[in-house]
Design a protein around this ligand. Structure first.
Ligand code: HEM
Length: 134
């Protein structure tokens, strides 16, 4: 069945923000080694510029996520659906928290740990979202 206009808009904004938050982290992770080779001092400017795009995208995901919940009658969903939703919300908190700690990291070890958790949790939230939307 074709989605209604309002559902199409709601999910398009949610998915567009997910492409920036999740896809952006993967893309940046792939670009950083090349940027480091050419100009190590540029990394800080590039990651700051990415933050100006990714954090608004994250908050749009949270806002449209609650819009999604409002639009999908939770009580009519299966227990499995509800569990995936609550796990997803927890994973989104991990995603935002670990990305924040990654930006505040001072050591290579801390950067690697929080960066890995941030990337993995972002992808996990995306996959759970796909299962929620069927
Ligand atoms: C890192 C943050 C997030 C990512 C990457 C993400 C990603 C996604 C994706 C890819 C979909 C599937 C859309 C589709 O296939 O059409 C989705 C659906 C959904 N998301 Fe998120 N999401 C995030 C945050 C949230 C939050 C914070 C909530 C709730 C507060 C939420 C609630 C939902 C719900 C209920 C659906 C199903 C909507 C429907 O079936 O109409 N999401 N999400």
């Amino acid at each position: 069945m074709l989605a209604s206009a309002i559902n199409g808009i709601r999910l398009s904004i949610h998915v567009l923000a997910a492409t920036v938050w999740v896809g952006g982290q993967i893309t940046l992770g792939g670009l950083v080694p090349s940027i480091r080779k050419v100009s190590p001092e540029a990394i800080s400017a590039v990651t700051k510029a990415f933050g100006r795009l990714s954090w608004p995208a994250f908050w749009i995901l949270v806002l449209t996520g609650f819009w999604n919940i409002g639009a999908v009658n939770i009580n009519s969903q299966s227990t499995a659906w509800q569990i995936v939703l609550y796990v997803k919300i927890f994973i989104v908190i991990v995603s935002g928290g670990s990305a924040y700690l990654h930006t505040k990291s001072k050591t290579t070890r801390s950067l690697a740990i929080w960066g890995a958790i941030s990337g993995l949790s972002a992808v996990s939230a995306l996959v759970m979202g796909v299962f929620l939307a069927n």
